[in-house]
Design a protein around this ligand. Structure first.
Ligand code: SAH
Length: 395
């Protein structure tokens, strides 16, 4: 058994239950990639069992804070069972569900999503990488499913010295499938889609969009960064007359178009623009177009606090343009999935965008991720998605 000895006074975050040990906190000790190590304080007291990552700045990710715990197949199976059981009472309105959400489920470096009868796993650090076969078998056994696709192509793998790996890990077959979310059909492809195939974390916000469309009677909706058109389907399902979806990914828009068909909406109610959002918003402004509802769901602009300043300018710019395109009493659904930008800063950015646009707006609702993407209290880094639903004050 290998021991990682920390420098003096570096045990505080572990004692609070935070699951990471940074390289700079370690006085001595090491291990192989993914090997289970015993982490001790400078005084030699037991702190945690964790998985060693020789190349990562996050050198150890904790499996357990219990000294009596053996890290073996039974332990990992129990963590998976616990994660799946946590979701059972949530009554999630979809068969597309996140079953394992990394650190917040006590399984650092592992994400597992279920799309109908397909499981998709992402192994992002050395610990789960080493236990891949055990985790895959346990997942099939616990869910009763037979197919597991691996999407270990997250860029963070490089920080761990791990290569990108994709393909069927268990079973085989079509990678395209259809999930049923909030009563709608949404097609996706677990091999070709972003992340593990779809943005499951925006399920509740899409559900809210349908409700707002119903209550406010939106005529013209603009869905920016639409990906495969989830918010567009939601708006049409809520009765919106017409939705314009913008994305810079052609394949995503093709699927968005297919998703409109799949739900039986008149093709004339949807327009698709394969274009840059920023340029499109400027063009609409020049053309004098306006909308009753606008969605802004950009990709992660600030992965860490270090990127926050430049990202803040980018967020402000698109939000300012969106406010200018919004009709009085119109509704803006604006999001940030940047871990480096907290909700307080995001709200300030949006406020200053409204002020620059000369628009008075009120917050109708605050949104976050979905309950199947839980945040462990000891791991606030796990919380990344925030959303504001704002109404331009009429008159
Ligand atoms: N709202 C979507 C998820 C959006 S993910 C949903 O509910 O599923 C962000 C999307 O922004 C991706 O599809 C990506 O292709 C697109 N994108 C990134 N940069 C862009 C840009 N500059 N202009 C247009 N689309 C962009």
């Amino acid at each position: 058994m290998k021991i990682i000895r920390l420098k003096p006074a570096k045990e505080k975050s572990l004692l609070r239950g935070h699951p990471w040990v940074f390289d700079g906190a370690i006085a001595k000790g090491g291990g192989d990639a993914g090997e289970t190590v015993r982490v001790e304080s400078a005084e030699g007291a037991f702190l945690a069992w964790g998985a060693y990552s020789p190349q990562s700045r996050i050198r150890v990710r904790v499996w357990s804070f219990d000294e009596g715990q053996r890290i073996d197949a039974a332990f990992l199976r129990e963590r998976l069972r616990r994660a799946i059981a946590l979701r059972a009472p949530l009554a999630i309105a979809s068969d597309g569900v996140r079953l394992v959400h990394g650190e917040s489920d006590g399984l650092p470096g592992l994400v597992v999503d279920r799309y109908g009868d397909i499981l998709v796993a992402q192994f992002t650090s050395c610990g789960p990488e080493r236990w891949k076969a055990v985790l895959a078998d346990a997942l099939l056994e616990l869910t009763g499913l037979s197919r597991l696709y691996e999407r270990s192509d997250a860029s963070s793998r490089a920080l761990e010295g791990l290569p990108e790996v994709t393909g069927w890990l268990r079973g085989a077959g079509e990678t395209a499938c259809v999930i049923h979310e909030n009563g709608w059909k949404l097609g996706l492809d677990v091999a070709l889609g972003h992340k593990t195939g779809y943005y499951l974390d925006q399920r509740d916000s899409r559900g809210d969009m349908a409700d707002y469309a119903r209550r406010f009677g939106f005529q013209q909706v603009l869905n920016c960064f639409s990906y495969t058109g989830g918010f567009s389907v939601a708006a049409l399902a809520g009765g919106a007359q017409h939705v314009t979806s913008i994305d810079s990914s052609g394949p995503a828009l093709e699927r968005a178009r297919a998703n409109i068909d799949l739900n039986g909406f008149e093709p004339a109610r949807a327009t698709f623009l394969d274009a840059d959002v920023n340029a499109s918003l400027r063009r609409f402004l020049a053309e004098g177009r306006t909308f009753d509802a606008i969605v802004l769901d950009p990709p992660k602009l600030a992965p860490t606090v270090a990127h926050a300043e430049r990202a803040a300018r980018a967020y402000k710019d698109i939000n300012r343009l969106a406010f200018k395109l919004l009709n009085p009493a119109g509704v803006l659904f604006t999001y940030s999935c940047s871990g480096g930008i907290g909700i307080e800063l995001f709200q300030k950015i949006v406020a200053s965008a409204a002020s620059d646009a000369g628009v008075d707006a009120v917050i109708l609702q605050r949104q976050g991720g979905t309950a199947d993407h839980p945040t462990a209290l000891a791991f606030p880094e796990g919380e990344y998605l925030k959303g504001l639903v704002l109404m331009r004050r009429p008159g």
